[in-house]
Design a protein around this ligand. Structure first.
Ligand code: BF8
Ligand code: SF4
Length: 630
């Protein structure tokens, strides 16, 4: 067996540098260049003190001009901007979830979309107050899908999924006035509150930001995750690979990118279509190779072991290899730069959603009722494009790492059940996990999530924190681009246990897992919320007492802020490595880093020094252990 070694930043940098040479050769514009053009960033924007929500402005707060024309001060402006930022993220995740509900609603035994996990469907039905007893699978699926869709606009009541949280959480949310109502309503309320002449009170704005986040995490995102499992199967442990080396020189390469798995599921299926494989052969290719970027990648890697070519800041690199026949995108986190960049190569940049239209792309509308045919057409287009590849421009960096992925809550429980010790509960619970945490074999857990951001060296913060935490016997649960950073580095290889402290290493050996568990895409952070609540229930405590924290060291998106708000509201302290746009208001900063602790039992911590950020998390975990007397 090959010796196990992490891929270093230097190696990743060399790969990128080599690809940037290609960019220069073809006259392509890259994010590295655009970052230079945009730096330094606008200070008003960075501090959150620019307001442009009415045409009396834009107003910018300075010592000389402490109020906007309407009289709003920095605290009101920052609070409003923070809430709008959250609403953007919450709407985005939740709309993705809504699409999944619609897809389930058209599922049929002889259609493109089927129910792959019927047992999960039956388990979920009661959450929507539906009795599954005696119902035919698709009748039940459609009933659940409709009930889920109603969560978006129902006139009364709260999000049904919140009943899955600990009793204390539900009481906390009700007491604090942040128990989320209809999903769309929370976004609308956020927009209404932040219209000119409405709320300028930080406390009210931040409370709504938490509620809007909760409608995402315990509403739209959670339904996106759970119903995706029903449709496409609940992830199980599966082996795959990550980094640009998964792109194959002798095959037709198709990259799926974005977030909604509906189309990519079909593309993965049609890449094995005998007719298309024969066509590929005819065109001189040895096969059809699907790779992924961002969360669409996470979705298909978790369920099919499709390799991950990279994460958010790798998306241009994928095209720069010159070996990509098509990059097929659905929604979110897609650089508009991919249009002009693809034009420098033979690559077809295919947009597929009305939500994500871009110049210089070929638009193929994804109609879920014709998904199979659309996927067939797209794969065929890519195959036919193979002959147009300019061999002189092809350079595929060879680095890649083995990775184990697919750790849904169900799979984690299943793996724990496999531990042959007498304490195993045959019905499947987190008891063995609770036991290793209380005994101190594992000190705690960190949920490392979120994006890349050029303000941080690509993947550096993710990977450095991971190495430090596992060496300190802290197990990691990962999602989004953080999980892909880990995969590329080699931290999802089971042999990464060698980098752990003795306790965690023993657990990894016993349970046969890597020390960092890939739990999926960003909507799948809802899986982590269920995990922490079930773990807290197992221990007879509430979530804020758990030795568990969350961390997004390189985040950039509105979605990440919405996530932060529901993670904190779920009682998990959240550590950020990039400054949110709130520094211009001492009141908002105070609330987010301290005040909300009185409401929900957890707060934000912000620190851009990665070494310190890691120390702070370890310290917090040890404080929680001490408070529990473990
Ligand atoms: O939803 S981690 S860059 S890909 S926003 Fe985007 Fe951020 Fe990546 Fe997934 Ni999540
Ligand atoms: Fe300026 Fe007030 Fe209008 Fe904002 S709402 S742009 S602070 S006048």
């Amino acid at each position: 067996m090959e010796e196990f070694k992490l891929t270093t930043y230097e190696q990743l940098q060399e790969d990128t540098d080599r690809l940037l040479e290609t960019a220069e050769k073809v006259g392509a514009n890259t994010w590295q260049e655009r970052v230079k053009n945009q730096t330094p960033h606008c200070k008003f924007g960075e501090n959150g003190v620019c307001c442009r929500i009415c045409t009396m402005g834009p107003c910018r707060i300075t010592p000389k001009a402490p109020r906007g024309i309407c009289g709003c001060d920095a605290h009101g402006i920052v609070g409003r901007n923070f809430l709008r930022f959250t609403a953007g993220g919450s709407a985005t995740h939740s709309d993705h979830g809504r699409e999944i509900c619609h897809t389930l609603h058209i599922a049929s035994p002889d259609g493109d979309y089927k129910v792959k996990d019927e047992a999960k469907l039956r388990r979920l039905a009661p959450v929507f107050d539906i009795d599954p007893e005696g119902k035919e699978t698709y009748e039940l699926a459609h009933e659940v899908a409709l009930a889920a869709l109603e969560e978006y606009g129902k006139p009364f009541g709260y999000q049904k999924m919140t009943k899955r949280a600990t009793k204390e959480r539900q009481e906390t949310w009700l007491r604090e006035g942040i128990l989320p109502r209809a999903i769309d309503r929370e976004v609308s309320t956020a927009m209404h509150m932040t219209h000119m002449g409405n709320s300028s009170l930080p406390e009210a704005l931040i409370r709504q930001a938490l509620r809007n986040g909760l409608s995402d995490g315990w509403g739209g995102s959670m339904m996106g995750t759970e119903l995706s499992d029903v449709l496409f199967g609940t992830p199980k442990e599966i082996e795959t690979e990550a980094d640009l080396g998964v792109i194959k020189e002798d095959e037709v390469n198709i990259c799926v990118h974005g977030h909604d798995p509906s189309l990519s599921e079909m593309i993965v299926e049609y890449a094995e279509n005998p007719e298309l494989l024969a066509l590929a052969k005819e065109k001189g290719a040895n096969g059809i190779n699907i790779v992924g970027v961002c969360c669409t990648s996470n979705e298909v890697t978790m369920r099919h072991g499709i390799p991950m070519a990279g994460n958010f800041l790798s998306q241009e690199n994928v095209v720069l290899t010159g070996a990509m026949e098509a990059i097929v995108v659905d929604v979110q986190c897609i650089f508009p730069a991919l249009g002009p960049l693809s034009k420098c190569f033979h690559t077809k940049f295919i947009t597929t959603s009305d939500i994500c239209r871009m110049p210089d792309s070929e638009f193929i509308h994804m109609d879920p009722t014709k998904a199979g045919q659309i996927a067939y057409d797209i794969v065929k287009m890519a195959v036919e494009n193979f002959a147009n590849r300019n061999k002189d421009l092809v350079y595929i960096p060879q680095h890649k790492q083995k990775a184990y992925v697919g750790y849904s809550c169900e799979e984690i429980i299943h793996k724990l059940d496999g531990v042959t010790n007498s304490q195993v509960d045959p019905t499947g619970t987190y008891r063995p996990l609770a036991q290793v945490v209380t005994s101190g074999v594992i000190r705690g857990a960190v949920a490392l999530v979120g994006c890349n951001n050029p303000k941080v060296r690509h993947d550096y913060a993710h990977v450095e924190l991971m190495k430090k935490l596992i060496a300190n016997d802290i197990i990691l649960v990962l999602s989004g681009c953080s999980a892909q950073a880990a995969a590329k580095a080699g931290l999802l290889d089971k042999r990464a246990k060698e980098l752990c402290g003795d306790g965690l290493k023993r657990v990894c050996e016993l349970v046969d897992i890597p020390p960092a568990l890939h739990m999926g895409s960003c909507v799948d952070i809802s899986r982590m919320m269920l995990l922490v609540c079930d773990l807290a229930n197992e221990l007879g405590i509430d979530t804020p007492q758990l030795p568990v924290v969350g961390c997004a060291p390189e985040y950039m998106s509105e979605k990440a802020v919405s996530i932060g708000n529901y993670v904190v509201s779920t009682g998990i302290d959240t550590f950020l490595g990039v400054q949110p746009y709130v520094a211009g208001s001492s009141e908002c900063t105070e609330l987010l880093t301290n005040g909300i602790g009185d409401w929900v039992g957890a707060t934000y911590y912000v620190e851009s020094d990665i070494e310190k950020l890691g120390d702070m998390m370890i310290e917090r975990i040890e404080e929680k252990r001490k408070a529990l007397g473990i």
